[in-house]
Each structure stands twice: as C-alpha cells, then as structure tokens.
Design a protein around this ligand. Sequence first.
Ligand code: COA
Ligand code: AMP
Length: 634
Amino acid sequence: MIATASRYPETYAAWKADPQAFWAKAAEAIDWIRPAETIFDPDQGVYGRWFAGAECNTCWNAVDRHVPTRGAQAAIIYDSPVTGAKRTLTYAELRDEVAALATVIQDLGVRKGDRVIVYMPMIPEAVVAMLACARIGAIHSVVFGGFAAKELATRIDDASPRLVLAASCGVEPSRVVAYKPLLDEAIAISSHKPEAVLLLQRAECAAAMQAGRDHDWAVATSAAKAAGRFAACVPVAATDPLYVLYTSGTTGKPKGVVRDNGGHMVALAWSMANLYDARPGEVFWAASDVGWVVGHSYIVYAPLLVGCTTVVYEGKPVGTPDAGAFWRMISEYKIRTLFTAPTAFRAIKKEDPGAEHLKRYDLGGFRALFLAGERADPDTVKWAEDILGVPVIDHWWQTETGWPIVGDPLGLGALPVKHGSPTVAMPGYDVQVVDEGGHPVGPNVMGSVVIKLPLPPGCLPTLWQADDRFRESYLAAFPGFYSSSDAGFIDEDGYLFIMGRTDDIINVAGHRLSTGGMEEVLSSHPDVAECAVIGVKDALKGEQPCGFVVLKSGVSKSPLEIEKEIVKLVRDRIGPVAAFKVAITVNRLPKTRSGKILRGAMKKIADGDPFTTPATIDDPAVLDEIAAALEGKF
Ligand code: COA
Ligand code: AMP
C-alpha cells in the first residue's frame, strides 16, 4: 500500500481484525426496534446472516425519523426536462405521501412479506411507492421501464406479486412510452396474475383501466389523505427482504437479487459517510434510474437514510435540451455530489468536447463525481477531472452487492488516483484474484476476481426463492469465495483493475445485459438455425450487441428481411434498452472441434484486437468469413 494521510488503512485493518465489532459500531447509525442478538450468525441462510434477531423498519429510518429535525428540508427534488415539471417534497411531505399510499396498498390486500411490482418511470411517486412497501414490510420489485412486456412477465411470474404499482407512461426525449399496454400484455402472458393494479395517470398519456382489477392512484391516495389515514411503520426482521431486484443472468431467466433490511441500511449509511463523504442536509444526485441498483441504493435509500436531499431526474445527460443539462442541475440545486455512469460523461464529451456549456453555470458548491456501472476509461476520467476540477472517483460494484466493493473512500481521505483502477477494497470485502483452480495469483496477474465469504452487510444473502441457483451461480466455482464473474488484477499497491466479465454478460450504456438471453430470442425466429451474440466495443456505450445468425436451408425470405425481423424481435421481447441494432447473416459460425462456438475470437475480430487462432478451431477459414461479414457494420 502506498503512503497516505487517508484514514483508509487503519479503517480497513480495524474491519479485518474484528468484522463484527466494526459492523456493530456502524449499526449505531440506524434506529433499531430491537437490537441484534448476533451481529453475524454463520448458521443462518446460505453463508450466514447479518444482524440476526434484530427488528427495524427501513422506511422509518429513511423518512419518519428525520421529520422532527428536518421536516421542512427537501427530501426529494424532482426535475423533468422531458415534461417541464419541477417539484420538491420535504421530509414531512414525503412521510405523509408514503403513509397515505401505504394505507391504499394495505386496502388492496398487501401484507408484510407480500411482493409488489413497481413499474414506473423517474417520478417522485416511484420513490414513494418503494418507501410505502418498505413501510408495511411488503417486498418491492422495481422493473425498469425500458424492458418489454415479456421481461416484465418473467419478473411477475418469479416474484408472484399481489399488486402492481404503475404509471400510465414514461417519457423519453423522442417519444412517450405507454406503460399500461405493456403491463396489460405482461399480465396476459404471465402465469401468475396479480390481484390488483394501482395506476398513476400521467398528463402525457391516459391509460385504459380494467374494471375490478385496476385502481386510480390519485383517487385512492386523495381519499386516504382526506380521511386522515396514516399507516404505521411495521416492524420487520433485519433479515427479512426489503426488495427483490432482477438482474441479467447467463440465460433469459433473470436472477432475483434479494436485499435485506438491516444489513442494507447499515452498509449504505456507512458508505455515505466514509466513501461518498456525503453529509446530512446536502444534495446528493445519482443520475441513474430507480429500475437499476444504483437507483435503489443511491437515489432512494442511502441519501434518505442519512438525511440528504435526493434528486429524481427525468432526463438524459444530452439532448434534454443539451450537453449542459448536468451542469444546470448541479448549479440550480446546489448539488454537492454526482454519481453516474461513464457513458453519460462520454455522451457529454462527444457533444461538447470543449465543455462550452459549463461556462454558463456556477458549479461552486460541487465537490465530487463518482462513476460506476461499467469500466471508466482513463480518457473520460481525465476529461472530467480537467473540466470539473473536483475528485472524479471510479468505483466498482454489482447489483448483487448493493454498495461499492472497491472505491476511493473520499470520506476517510482520498487515496492517490490511478486512472483505470477503481482503487481499493472497502471494509467488509476481502477481494482476491485467483486462477482457474482458485489459487491466488501474484500482483499484476489477471484472473477471476473473487470475494472471501462472508459477504458484508448489504450484499445479497441469496436469490429470490432460489438458494441452489445462488450457490451454483456464485459460490460453487471457488469454494469459500463469492465469484464476481469479473476478471482483473490487483497491483503491488493493492489497487484493483477490472478488465471485463468472465461470463456472457455485456454492458451497454451502463446497462447490464445477457447475450445468452438475446441468443434465446434470436433462436426463436423460425428461420434461424443457430446464432451467437457478442458485445462489440463502442466509443459511446462501451459495448453494443451484435448478433450473427445462420439461416435454415430453404428459407424463402431474404437475409436482409430476416435481419430486420430479428432486430424487431429483440426490441419486442427484451426491450429498447437492449439497443440491439445489428444482426448479420453468415453461412457458418466458428466452432471448436467439439462444437463450441468461439464467441471470444469473434469479439476480438469485431473489436479489431489482436488474437491468435484458437488451437481447437474446426476450420480457421470461418474467422475470415466473420471478418468479411463485419466489414462496414461498426
Ligand atoms: N423507458 C423506455 N425506454 C427507454 C428507457 C426507459 N426508462 N431508457 C432507455 N430507453 C430506450 C431509449 O429511448 C432508447 O430507445 P431507441 O432505441 O428508440 O433510441 C433505448 O432504450 C436505448 O437506450 P440507451 O442505451 O440509454 O441509449 P440512448 O441513446 O437513449 O442514450 C445515453 C444514451 C448515453 C445518453 C444514455 O444511455 C444514458 O444516459 N446513460 C447513462 C447510463 C445510466 O444511467 N446507467 C444506469 C446505471 S448507473
Ligand atoms: P450491475 O450489476 O448492473 O451494476 O453491473 C455490474 C457489472 O458492471 C460488474 O460486474 C462489472 O462488470 C461492471 N462494472 C460496474 N462498475 C464497474 C467499474 N467501476 N469498473 C469496471 N466495471 C464495472
């Protein structure tokens, strides 16, 4: 470790010396209804459980407990350049909204432990919906608006919700996305049928209501408020699930990442003070979407748990209306900390390389930029540092962990930056790099990035009703360790470098997508004999998907026609967020002699990276055919 004035080395050492004492101390930031009997119980759950025996309520900690001291402080700032709306909710107003909605949800039959799907765009009601579930101990499962009906149906079937909370539409810069027809279709094709839908009608698009099943959000909550109804916070076990968030797995069936109540609050509160250096009363903006883990952790729960003001932004980094959108937000709302994906900064840099828009705004109060969700390329990090003149901090984490695994802890004192590295392991995480046999490798040697069990508070204890899938997906490959499915190395100073995934997950504009899932869609086309989807390097989005298809013999349609149908099929089945725009027909795919498709070699050709022809290849000439087929496509 390099010499530093940061308190990081002793903090990490204190955790390592006594993890239970470390997390017991961190837990003092939270109000408990009943304290934990054991800080960590290794005998509960798949690999142990944090804060066993404790009782708490996440909504209480995020909202109610702040009202006496910060009732008039903004809890949520909503800014929507796509609709022109702006609105602020104070902590007192937020509590009243949440408590009223919670009574409506209860009236619709939802009880502690029931699941509720939330299918909503970036509006304050989405946050209110999540908190109302947390308030009554219901388990929310938020589905991102850019997914198609089929993806929503898969989640409905896995989570078996009693209720769906939805809005009539989302608003993209180019179009209004009507959510209700997608929801109706999803419920029609799912095997599980939710009993009720509570629908928020937005001015941009009115949705048709189904009698008996659908209820009007505004009507029901107004009636609850007029009647002075107010739901109390229901005590839950610290180990009870707060939410299930589905993320891409290696197949078309997404993984339901479970988050508990107690450990989650403790970890998030610790991260706000020590990693993000965010203090109560400050404005903290995570420019993401509530449908992703960044949105769950750092739009909704973490800022509110520590008494910050959070920002719900319904817009983009560029085009709403220009590449100065983020600077306007920072100056207008005195934002101290911004967290976003590197793609957003690449988009701004592309449109405004000289940062001319920045000159129009006063960013005097801005303190730090955090980047995560995909690899932060050094060029973009340097550009952001130069134009902003504040620390730009790359940090690495996953939906599964819920909070950063590796970062530069600004709150403890920043460490020297090495571009291309998200810096060092946070307390709680013993991060190691191992070879295929699970043996640790030396400094600067690439391998699989793994975390020694137990995972810290806040990380997933299991997958929703799928302990075996959890074990198989994460714990089986390297016994005693959690496998991150990322590859990378640790240098001589203990800095981690993440270089890519070891599975078939790709990262498109900070969105995590499964090429396996896309291949399932391509294969379902009646004219496709076999296929392969790879992620091709993209200067803006990091990667973009590309599908290769071999057609069945005797197909009468032209390849061009079929390619168009395939692009549409992925958009219809997975959704626009897959950004699947390129399908290429080839005569055959490169394979090993045992018949395995050589996707890695195809990717290297598409990326223009040097590669050696795999020794096991059946016919090396196929690689030239792939190179020829890719000509002019990217
Ligand atoms: N609802 C419906 N559709 C959505 C959507 C939503 N919530 N979010 C995105 N989409 C659609 C887009 O409209 C686009 O549709 P199109 O194919 O008709 O153009 C498609 O999904 C792909 O979206 P995206 O990959 O985001 O590309 P984009 O061109 O719209 O925007 C960026 C590019 C870089 C501006 C945008 O990706 C961005 O802001 N990225 C920031 C990354 C981020 O927030 N990551 C979350 C994890 S931190
Ligand atoms: P998600 O679960 O959507 O947050 O995606 C997690 C994956 O995104 C990780 O497994 C990495 O592959 C990638 N990722 C996230 N943050 C970083 C980062 N800072 N550097 C490199 N890759 C990252």
